[in-house]
Design a protein around this ligand. Structure first.
Ligand code: NDP
Length: 310
C-alpha cells in the first residue's frame, strides 16, 4: 500500500530533500507518495520543520508520526495539537559538522591562534600553549552531539568532562550528572561547550552564579541554544574578565539583531547558526528508516520525551 508523506518545511528545503528522500524511501522498500500537498486526513507521516506553516496538527487524523528534520524541538514539543509521536533528527552529517565546529573553535582558543592571526607586530613574543592533556574541557550535554564532541576532544588528547541529566558513560570522558555534577563540571571548565537542548530546566542554565564557578578567563562555546545563557550575565562576566571569550552560534533572537552588544564585543565571536546542519542525503535515510519502522510496527528511532521536552 502507498504511504502518504507530507513534506512540511520551507520551500527551499523541498528542493534539497525531494530527490534524496525519494531515493531513501525506495531503498528502504517503502512505496511512498511524497508531496507538499496532501489532504490532511490522508497523511500517514509528516516530515517536519518547526518553521513550517503547519502548526495545527488536529486535521491530521491518521498521521502515525511527525518526523522532525531538526535536532532541536523546542518550537514544536509544547504544541498541544500534536498528539502523534514526535521523532527528532539524529543524523551523521549533523554530528560530523558539530564535531568539526567544536574542535575547530576549541583549538583556536587552546592554541591562542588569535595572537598570531592578528599579528605580533614584530615582537618575538613566545607563548607556548599547554598540551591538550593539560587543558580541561567540559561538554554540557552528552546526547548525540555532545557525546560525539566530547569523544572527539578526548581523541585530540584533551582532559574532558561531560555532564548530563542522567548518568552516562562515554569512552575517555569523565561523566558527571545532576546538580552536584554541574558544580564540579563547571569548576574545571577552561573551555565549556554547551550542547544541551533548550527546555524549562536548561533555560538560563549559565547565569551569573554558574558563570562565576568557571575558572577565571574560561572560554565558552555555545552551539546549543542561545537561551541556555543569561545574556546580561555573560556580558558582565566578559567585561570583568571572568569569562575570557565566548564563541556563540545560537541566540535568543535570530538573526542576532544588529544592535545587540554581542556583535561589537571584543571578546565575543558570533557565528550565524552554522555550527551544524541536517544534511539531506544522510537525514533522508533516517526519515525513511523511521517510516519503514512505522509501517513494520517497529518502535520509532529518536522519539522525543514530551514531558522532558527533548
Ligand atoms: P540529545 O537530546 O541527544 O542530548 C541532549 C543532552 O542534554 C543529553 O545528554 C541530556 O541528558 C542533556 N540534558 C537535557 N536536559 C538536561 C538537564 N536539565 N540537565 C542536564 N543535562 C540535560 O540532543 P543532541 O545532542 O542531538 O542536540 C543537542 C542540542 O544541540 C539540540 O537540542 C539543539 O538545541 C542543538 N543543535 C544546534 C545546532 C547548531 O547548528 N547550532 C545543530 C543541531 C543541534 P541525558 O543524556 O541524561 O538525557
Amino acid at each position: 500500500m502507498t504511504v502518504n508523506i507530507l513534506f512540511a518545511a520551507k520551500p527551499d528545503s523541498w528542493a534539497a530533500y525531494e530527490a534524496p528522500l525519494t531515493t531513501a524511501l525506495a531503498e528502504a522498500g517503502v512505496a511512498a507518495h511524497l508531496s507538499r500537498d496532501i489532504a490532511p486526513d490522508q497523511v500517514d507521516y509528516i516530515v517536519y520543520a518547526p518553521n513550517s506553516t503547519v502548526q495545527d496538527f488536529t486535521p491530521y487524523t491518521r498521521c502515525k508520526a511527525v518526523l522532525n528534520l531538526w535536532a532541536g524541538v523546542e518550537h514544536v514539543v509544547g504544541n498541544t495539537t500534536l498528539t502523534q509521536p514526535l521523532a527528532r533528527m539524529v543524523d551523521h552529517g549533523l554530528t560530523q559538522g558539530m564535531m568539526e565546529w567544536v574542535t575547530g573553535h576549541a583549538l583556536r582558543h587552546h592554541l591562542g591562534m588569535d595572537r598570531h592571526i592578528h599579528g605580533l607586530n614584530g615582537a618575538w613574543d613566545k607563548h607556548v600553549p599547554p598540551l591538550a592533556e593539560d587543558r580541561h574541557v567540559t561538554v554540557l550535554g552528552l546526547g548525540a552531539l555532545g557525546s560525539a564532541c566530547a569523544q572527539a576532544m578526548a581523541g585530540l588528547g584533551f582532559n574532558v568532562t561531560g555532564w548530563s541529566r542522567s548518568p552516562r558513560a562515554v569512552n575517555g570522558v569523565r561523566c558527571l550528572h545532576g546538580d552536584e555534577g554541574l558544580v564540579q563540571a563547571l569548576s574545571t571548565a577552561e573551555i565549556a561547550v554547551l550542547l544541551l537542548p533548550l527546555t524549562a530546566a536548561t533555560e538560563n542554565l549559565l547565569d551569573a552564579d554558574r558563570l562565576a564557578l568557571l575558572p577565571r578567563g574560561a572560554v565558552i562555546l555555545n552551539p546549543g541554544r542561545g537561551a541556555l545563557i543569561d545574556d546580561a550575565a555573560l556580558l558582565a562576566a566578559l567585561d570583568s574578565g571572568q569569562i575570557g571569550h565566548a564563541t556563540l552560534d545560537v541566540f535568543r533572537v535570530e538573526p542576532l539583531p544588529s544592535d545587540h552588544p554581542f556583535w561589537a564585543h571584543p571578546s565575543v565571536t558570533v557565528t550565524p547558526h552554522i555550527a551544524s546542519e541536517t544534511r539531506p542525503a544522510s537525514a533522508s535515510r533516517v526519515i525513511a528508516e523511521n517510516v519503514r519502522r512505522g509501517e513494520a510496527g517497529e518502535p520509532f528511532l529518536h522519539l522525543v520525551d514530551r514531558k522532558l521536552g527533548y
